[in-house]
Write a new protein. Structure first.
Length: 353
């Protein structure tokens, strides 16, 4: 029989990164829907839609004049009631002298003394009214509570806004840093937990077609419960996002680097065959004769398989044309099959039988 033309590849020994993959959604690290806490007319809008703003920066000014009047009124009431209290004290001292001379009854003196408490309570209420008026004046200046990016505004200069309104005036999102929430099967939860104890885990995020790498960050935390409907757990990763490559509510593919296996034996997945006796490969010897070699797989990821046992570095295995082979067949290698040297993207993960 003439030699059978086949594709071959060499078994490589290298460090192999093991990734867990899942679907994720980008979320702003903080989101604030700005609403007014008082009623009034807008006199200033100090931002442009899409502008980056700093914490404490004035965004919207509500007409403060009604609240300035309310503050002045409260301060005037305080002055009036303090004057009444001072007058009551003077009257008490005068009546105490009259009581000592037997001119007035003890009951009249006690009544005058009791008026102190009434005026003191009124003064305390006046001070509270002043504090409330000052607080309302603060509320007329709507500032940014975070560093972030403003969205499309819902109000304009001259609009009358109310505290009871449900629609926010503008929404601010923090995109530096930014977060991604993604899911993984619950069976992988404990493996991730154990690795997190050893240090932060790197997370790569790719576009929806899983071809373009957008950013690299680190795993932040794991949700406190598993979704029973889907059998998945939620994970949250954080990214610095300096170039705004990630946008809130964007769908992405997430690759979580679980570990890097040192000196792993790797071969293309196309070399792996399965039969009644288990998993095997066609091993090519120095005479270009094949034999059936049983192997044990540690895991498969993308187009790469990691071999647990059965092969050694440098062994040649058939990757194309196996359907024409049997033990002892002579082959004519026509060139190495496409063999990825680093294929961390996607694929299944876990021990193979």
């Amino acid at each position: 029989m003439p030699p059978v033309p086949v594709g071959v590849a060499s078994v490589q020994e290298r460090d192999f990164p093991v990734y867990l993959t899942g679907l994720g959604s980008v979320q702003a690290f903080n989101t604030v829907a700005l609403k007014t806490r008082i009623d009034g007319q807008i006199t200033q809008v100090n931002f442009v839609e899409g502008q980056d703003v700093k914490q404490g920066e004035l965004l919207i000014q509500i007409d403060p004049r009604p609240y300035e009047v309310a503050l002045a009124t409260a301060q005037a009431n305080l002055q009036r009631d303090e004057a009444q209290l001072n007058n009551a004290k003077v009257q008490f001292e005068r009546m105490k002298a009259l009581y000592s001379g037997g001119v007035i009854a003890k009951q009249d003196l006690d009544t005058q003394q009791a008026s102190f408490g009434q005026y003191e309570g009124t003064i305390a209420a006046d001070k509270a009214a002043i504090d409330n008026a000052k607080l309302n004046l603060v509320y007329t200046r709507i500032t940014s509570p975070i560093n972030g990016r403003v969205g499309l505004r819902q109000v304009d200069i001259g609009n009358y806004v109310q505290a009871s309104a449900t629609t926010p005036m503008v929404i601010i999102t923090q995109t530096h840093p930014i977060a991604i929430v993604f899911t993984l099967p619950e069976d992988q939860l404990q493996a991730v937990r154990q690795r997190m104890k050893q240090g932060a885990l790197a997370v790569d995020v790719y576009s929806r077609d899983d071809q373009t790498k957008l950013s690299t960050g680190k795993l932040l935390t794991i949700d406190n419960q598993i979704d029973q409907a889907t059998g998945t757990a939620k994970f949250k990763a954080v990214f610095e996002n300096p170039d705004n490559g990630l946008w809130p509510n964007q769908f992405v593919n997430v690759h979580l680097l679980l570990e890097t296996r040192k000196d792993a034996l790797t071969t293309p997945v196309s070399a792996i065959q399965r039969g009644p006796q288990g998993t095997f490969v066609y091993l090519v010897d120095s005479n270009n004769t094949v034999k059936v070699q049983p192997v044990q797989l540690a895991l498969t990821q993308g187009t790469t398989a990691v071999i647990a046992s059965g092969l050694q570095a440098g062994d040649r295995v058939v990757t194309d044309g196996q359907e024409k082979l049997q033990a002892g067949s002579r082959v004519a290698p026509i060139g190495p099959a496409n063999q990825s040297k680093n294929d961390p993207a996607g694929g299944s993960l876990g021990p193979q039988s």
